[in-house]
Ligand binder design. Structure first.
Ligand SMILES: [Zn+2]
Length: 397
């Protein structure tokens, strides 16, 4: 199985000539996307084939875009038009107008429009200009942790500018070995996800708890700011705040998932057991719709990160049905709502076993691991699109 994730790499401060090329290209691309969008509105379609037919030639001549840039501009318009169609269908959005291209559109860099050239630890992005044999060479600032991953870079990329700095977002393929049977005795590491405790990790002789308090406080802080900006009609700031929060959550998920995978990696034959996420929506009931949405989004991302980081290190991951894991006694198997005395405490009414509630759940999840591994449980959470195309651009800078 091959998964795709996205890596965002900074472009070294460009010379004046290159900076001018980037600006001009960005402008031409925005114009081209707008042109295709206008066609989408006029023809009332978001069909890729129809828009391609209607605008490709015009985009090539009027904006002087090389083939693979023009194709990307049409693609960008298609996805904008489709998201608009999706919004129109949603019952909460009545008065949305047809999307317009804004300055942040960037440059769609088709797979054939660039090449990554490597010399030792130095990387250069070679962009075609449409003229045979003439390229723009953009040196990249590649952190050492990305060095090896960039080797697998392949597919449509995107150049974009934020606060005066240019970045390129590259899709990166990672080979993920599907969990097969392990030789030797595997150790099952169960991960319980929650709101009070973000993640409780239980291995055979280790426990790690990621407290959710700091996250809750930070999210409340963001929610406060968002409300304030909303009151003042600052939709731009509300949006920016949303981006900032998603970046922050993403960073947090990266760190937590790294620790979970490191913890598992300490065992000889680790198998990480994760819960399927269908139930998360249920479990955060009582919170507002927004919180529920964000919590489920954040958990999905955490699970995705754990899965791909583990895969990269050859650590098996299985998914289990978490139903009942929070009210079942890990020692005797007695299952009753009364076992759960309150949010934090578990005490079995049958055998008296007492434990932290999340830890008991994490142990139950770990205990479901062997069966899931034996039956060849799916290695991706059901209903997930995998990591195809990574996050949206606003998530990754
Ligand atoms: Zn019991």
């Amino acid at each position: 199985m091959v998964a795709t994730e996205s890596v965002v790499v900074k472009i070294a401060h460009p010379t004046q000539r290159k900076a001018a090329w980037l600006r001009e290209m960005a402008q031409a691309c925005s114009g081209a996307v707008q042109c295709a969008l206008d066609a989408a509105e006029q023809l009332r379609t978001s069909s890729r084939a129809k828009l391609h037919r209607a605008t490709y030639r015009e985009i090539r001549t009027r904006f002087g875009l090389p083939a693979d840039y023009a194709r990307m501009a049409v693609n960008a318009a298609v996805s904008l038009a489709r998201s608009y169609a999706g919004l129109r269908r949603s019952p909460h959005q009545h008065r949305t107008s047809f999307p317009k291209v804004n300055g942040a559109q960037g440059i769609g860099l088709g797979v054939n429009a660039y090449q990554l050239v490597r010399g030792g630890n130095r990387w250069i992005l070679r962009c075609s200009t449409g003229v045979r044999g003439v390229y723009v060479w953009l040196p990249l600032c590649v952190p050492s942790k990305f060095q090896e991953r960039l080797v697998g870079a392949h597919g449509d990329a995107q150049l974009f500018e934020r606060d005066g700095t240019w970045y390129v977002m590259l899709p990166v393929r990672t080979a993920t070995p599907t969990p097969t049977t392990c030789s030797g005795e595997p150790t099952f590491i169960g991960v319980d996800l929650g709101v009070v405790r973000l993640a409780t990790v239980a291995g055979s002789e280790c426990v790690r708890i990621f407290d959710g308090k700091a996250v809750r406080q930070q999210r409340e802080h963001y929610a406060d700011l968002r409300r304030r900006y909303q009151r003042h009609g600052r939709r731009d700031r509300v949006k920016a705040m949303g981006r900032k929060e998603r970046r922050w959550m993403r960073d947090m998920n990266h760190r937590i998932s790294r620790q979970i995978v490191d913890l598992a990696g300490a065992y000889e034959q680790p198998v990480i057991v994760l819960e399927r996420l269908d139930g998360i929506r249920e479990r955060v009931r009582g919170s507002t719709a927004f919180n529920r949405m964000l919590a489920s989004w954040a958990f999905r991302q955490l699970v995705e990160f754990v899965a791909y980081k583990a895969a990269r290190e050859g650590i098996a991951v299985v998914f289990v049905d978490p139903r009942g894991t929070s009210k079942t006694c890990h020692r005797c198997g007695h299952s009753a709502r009364a076992n759960r005395r309150d949010q934090g405490h578990f005490r079995c009414v049958a055998c008296g076993y007492a434990s932290n509630a999340d830890l008991n759940a994490a142990r139950n999840i770990a205990a479901l691991g062997p069966a899931a591994l034996a039956h060849g449980a799916p290695d991706t959470p059901p209903g997930e699109a995998g990591t195809e195309n990574g996050g949206s651009r606003s998530d990754v800078v």
